[in-house]
Design a protein around this ligand. Structure first.
Ligand code: ZN
Ligand code: ZN
Ligand code: FE
Length: 720
């Protein structure tokens, strides 16, 4: 039988996930000699055997790969045999990791969980158990290549038993960098039982988690929830919950199979679920919100703690209002001193803050709302060679990014840049990303808005700057994550973004062709009386529309603002139109949190929304506003108004797409966090033969802006 040699190169997240032991086992099992090692350019391996065997090996290499591995590209070559006699794992190249991704933190795997629960196992109830398939990664890495001396585990010397596992290619813990056991690994300072008791007694516990401190409290106890709101200075924003088991999540929420898979995935994010009305969770956990954000325990420490808390527990980031999450023990003790009654800490340092991610299911797939633990810093592969761009993102829900060849590395969620602490976190996220990937930017991409903290940083950086229009960046982010490299029509809708004409945009349609955007349609402009105040108070937007349509005279103060155009910027924002309609429908008069009114209007749709639609000819809101007023006057309910409004927006998208005549349509911007809007728009467009691109791995909101900036600036660096 003729012998051949197969050479394979895999790129992506293939390091630190047990890939080499997997290759070793596969090759040994199939009787194929050869070798595998981690190189600069990814994982490289060769095996020798008969052609059919090699094809089967090739298939199984990808089909049976370890679950946390993400293969972004493969190269296979057939060569003349070299006469290997056995299979070996070779030493890695020293600088192996530049293009090898740092992996996200992964939730405890089933094997480790079984060991945690097994009284006979040496890791029984050990809160820092992990293996190559699970455990901390991004939050312990201090430098690359990823090995123990360059992680926050370097202070812990492996005991002989852990070392044996670490060095055995057939062991699940072969090269598991954070490998640890009760003999040699990190330890808790205080007992788990004490923390569980504190939560049960209605106290607030600060827990040192994976990417920072969390504040935990009994979610059934309205008094402690109210106290936590007051101390955290958090009026209405819903709190996320941790529940001990999937069964309990089902007790309180509607869970589809797709949502169940998300809850149980290695990223183990907060999943936005619809509550099913079961009483028990205090009302003030999620005030005026159609969703509950729920996650399952994702580290051994969380599993063990939740064993002692068989009920829903609030798990919110350990910070005051909009500050970044606390990561260090002393930092947490200082900053959370007035909030937490009890601290559950340990001695494994956290290398960088990483909040819990938030995800929802859209069009049957995960759609990331806040991208952090479990997802960051996986790169987004793109279709073009990009110049080395550092993208600084927007102002709210900030993330930053770097473009390296054909990949964009997007940072974890940094947050709103309103406070000094937040701006420091932003700067360290930038520095961190550059250092980790030995990245030297030649260009900084920022938003066109001159007053964003991120823009000011870019202007002060001393590097050439490319200012990218906000809604162009939204569109490009969505196109990039979908690998779209043909001309497309972008629907770029959100609350606020600085327009090319200096007005506030947010209801834009662009044709993207030959590297440039053409604004082909937009919402008819209207005024925002009070500027920023109109963003918080949707009734002001409603008053402006009713005044301009000649339907109602506003109160004198607002009236004067509108008549004289005082402190009343002009906008085309669909987000503000949502606020106005929510106000007119009596659903919400203000936004207690960003996007709250729109979310309430969406949830007013109910389970069987009407198919009727208001008129919105060419984006002119006036006939729509008249129809809303008539409906409201005849006592049509919020469900009816909401459905007709949503359907009007979808019709406008469809009409504009048909007129533009491009087969690909991109839906981006914060408005497309609205599940009904995305799903209905996509379905109707697809029925007309369009290919629809929506966000999945990157947020539709401003958390995705940095990706779009990196791509647009990186493709045409000359626009600087
Ligand atoms: Zn594991
Ligand atoms: Zn050990
Ligand atoms: Fe935006």
């Amino acid at each position: 039988m003729k012998q051949e040699r197969l050479r394979a190169r895999l790129r992506g997240a293939v390091q630190g996930v047990g890939f080499r032991p997997f290759v070793y086992r596969l090759a040994t099992e199939m009787g194929l000699p050869g070798w595998v090692y981690n190189s600069n350019g990814g994982l490289v391996l060769e095996v020798e055997g008969e052609a059919g065997q090699l094809s089967r090996f090739e298939q199984r290499l990808l089909a049976d790969k370890p679950p946390p591995a993400v293969v972004l590209s493969t190269e296979f070559a057939r060569l003349a045999p070299a006469g290997f006699t056995r299979f070996e794992i070779l030493e890695s190249e020293e600088d192996a990791a530049k293009t090898v991704s740092v992996l996200p933190d992964l939730a405890t795997c089933p094997e480790c969980l079984a060991e945690l629960r097994d009284p006979a196992n040496r890791r029984y109830r050990y809160p820092f158990t992990n293996c190559t398939r699970c455990g901390p990664r991004f939050t312990i890495v201090e430098d690359i290549p990823y090995d123990r001396p360059r992680t926050t585990m370097r202070e812990f010397t492996l005991c002989p038993e852990c070392r044996r596992e670490f060095e055995d290619p057939l062991d699940r813990r072969f090269h598991a960098q954070p490998n640890a056991c009760p003999v040699c690994g990190p330890r808790l300072f205080t007992s788990l039982d004490e923390a569980a008791r504190a939560i049960a007694e209605g106290r607030i516990v600060a827990l040192k988690g994976i990417g920072g401190f969390q504040l935990l409290a009994d979610a059934r106890n309205a008094a402690v929830v109210a106290r936590l709101r007051r101390l955290k200075n958090r009026e209405e924003k819903p709190f996320a919950l941790m529940m001990p088991s999937l069964e309990m999540v089902r007790r309180y929420c509607q869970v589809s199979p797709g949502e169940e898979a998300l809850l149980l995935s290695p990223a183990a994010p907060i999943v936005l679920l619809r509550p099913n009305g079961t009483p028990g969770i205090a009302e003030n956990v999620a005030v005026r919100s159609p969703y509950l954000g729920v996650m399952l325990p994702y580290s051994p420490l969380h599993h063990l703690l939740m064993d002692g808390c068989p009920y829903p527990v609030i798990a919110t980031s350990g910070n005051r209002s909009d500050e970044p999450i606390a990561t260090g023990n002393t930092d947490a003790q200082t900053r959370l001193a007035g909030i937490a009654d009890h601290f559950l800490m340990h001695d494994r340092p956290i290398a960088r803050p990483c909040d819990d991610s938030v995800v929802r299911l859209v069009r049957g797939r995960a759609s990331v709302v806040r991208r952090a633990r479990g997802y960051a810093p996986l790169p987004v592969p793109v279709n073009a060679d990009l110049a080395p761009v550092l993208a600084v993102g927007g102002h709210l829900k900030n993330t930053v990014a770097i473009a390296v060849d054909r990949q964009v590395f997007l940072s974890q969620h940094v947050g709103d840049l309103d406070t000094l602490e937040a701006r420091r976190a932003f700067e360290s996220a930038l520095a961190d990303l550059c250092r980790l990937y030995r990245f030297e930017p030649q260009l900084v991409a920022c938003d066109l808005h001159p007053d964003y903290a991120s823009t000011r940083w870019a202007r002060a950086s001393g590097l050439p700057v490319a200012a990218i229009q906000h809604h162009h960046a939204h569109a490009a982010a969505c196109a990039a994550e979908n690998g779209l490299d043909r001309p497309y029509l972008a629907v770029s809708w959100d609350g606020t973004g600085y327009g090319l004409d200096g007005t506030v945009w947010g209801g834009e349609f662009f044709r993207f062709e030959n590297g440039r955007f053409d604004r082909v349609a937009h919402l008819r402009p209207f005024r925002l009386p009070g500027g920023e105040a109109a963003v918080r108070e949707g009734w002001r937007c409603a008053a402006a529309l009713l005044w301009e349509a000649g339907l109602r005279q506003p109160d004198p103060v607002i009236g004067r603002m509108l008549e004289r155009g005082l402190n009343s910027p002009v906008t085309t924002s669909v987000g503000r139109l949502f606020d106005a309609v929510a106000s007119m429908a009596g659903v919400a008069q203000r936004n207690g949190t960003e996007g709250q009114a729109a979310m309430l209007l969406e949830s007013a749709l109910g389970t069987a929304p009407s198919q009727e639609a208001y008129p919105l000819p060419g984006g002119d809101w006036e006939p729509l506003v008249r129809a809303v007023v008539e409906d409201a006057a005849r006592g049509a309910g919020a469900a009816c108004i909401s459905a007709r409004f949503h359907n009007a927006l979808v019709n406008w998208i469809l009409e504009t797409a048909l007129r533009a005549g491009l087969p690909d349509v991109v839906l981006s911007g914060g408005c497309f966090l609205n599940g009904y809007l995305v799903e209905r728009a996509a379905a109707q467009l697809e029925r007309q033969g369009f290919t629809v691109h929506t966000h999945h791995s990157v947020p539709p909101g401003d958390g995705g802006i940095a990706l779009g900036q990196a791509v647009l600036a990186g493709m045409s660096p000359s626009c600087a």
